[in-house]
Ligand binder design. Structure first.
Ligand SMILES: NC(=O)c1ccc[n+]([C@@H]2O[C@H](COP(=O)([O-])OP(=O)(O)OC[C@H]3O[C@@H](n4cnc5c(N)ncnc54)[C@H](O)[C@@H]3O)[C@@H](O)[C@H]2O)c1
Length: 253
């Protein structure tokens, strides 16, 4: 990468939670950031935080599982910020249920957002990275990739993202592009708050119960993941590729 190479990062699902913290962190690291989320308006809050801190960002509305919307989003990002050299595939949804109650729609929705979304975004962005002979792709996996009750769809998608990541690392390495996955454990966000509500627990009790199972004796916060992504997308991390970094406050079984 040269000084002329645009430092432009795309963060999907950047309106809130881990994606918002990552977008804000990458902006602080000096990237112009495209905050992609389902609705453009949803990303405004993250963009305002970035610009208030002196950074540069735009909110872009796109469903990552829709090829046309992805193509239009990348076209707009290239026109307004420049060609992206960093992509964080973070957009995600849960449709938890035990296998016997899981609908085909629950399965398809989770596969489409996590797996197809990461595929479409990576495919659209990689050509700009190849042109720049430089790139960093980070995919959000999960500790659930190791298997989690009630998450047949989500665990399969998050394990699938690990295989996808390793394949991108092998295919794109010769173009100066690395691909890595971050696999968070319990991170306090709207997603885990919704899980607490679904199982009928208050979020504070839910977090306290989770913390008893975590070696560092606390649940994670979005900045824990943003910090790890910041490292993986840094220029100095160019020899780290195809890895899955579990960020879970301890080792997992
Ligand atoms: N919170 C956790 O404990 C945890 C643990 C492991 C992995 N993760 C993963 O980290 C990522 C972020 O999780 P979070 O907790 O911040 O979730 P969140 O629900 O707080 O935020 C997810 C964001 O993704 C957006 N999104 C959903 N579908 C989209 C689509 N089709 N196109 C564009 N944007 C879309 C949502 O609008 C939302 O802004 C997800 O991939 C999640 O699976 C989270």
């Amino acid at each position: 990468m040269t000084e002329q190479t645009p430092r432009v990062a795309v963060v999907t699902g950047g309106a809130r939670g881990i994606g918002a913290a990552t977008a804000i962190r990458l902006a602080a690291d000096g990237f112009a950031v495209a905050v992609v989320d389902l609705e453009e308006a949803a990303g405004k809050d993250t963009v305002e935080k970035i610009t208030a801190a002196g950074g540069r960002a735009i909110a872009v509305g796109a469903d990552v599982s829709n090829a046309e919307q992805v193509a239009a989003a990348i076209e707009r990002i290239v026109a307004e910020l420049g060609a992206p050299t960093v992509l964080v595939n973070n957009a995600g949804v849960l449709r938890d249920n035990l296998l016997f109650k899981m609908s085909e729609n629950d399965w398809d929705t989770v596969m489409n957002v996590h797996l197809k979304g990461a595929f479409l975004m990576s495919k659209a962005v990689q050509k700009h990275m190849v042109d720049a002979n430089y790139g960093r792709i980070v995919n959000l996996s999960s500790s659930s990739a190791l298997g989690n009750r009630g998450q047949a769809n989500y665990s399969a998608a998050k394990a699938g993202l690990q295989g996808f990541t390793k394949t991108l690392a092998k295919e794109l390495g010769k173009f100066g592009i690395t691909a890595n996955a971050v696999a968070p454990g319990f991170i306090a966000t709207d997603m885990t708050a919704a899980t607490a509500a679904r199982v009928g627990m208050g979020f504070e009790d839910f977090k306290a119960a989770a913390a008893t199972q975590i070696p560092v004796a606390r649940v994670g916060v979005p900045d824990d993941i943003a910090h790890t992504v910041s490292f993986l997308v840094s220029e100095g991390a160019g020899f780290v590729s195809g890895q899955v970094v579990y960020v879970a406050g301890g080792p997992l079984d």
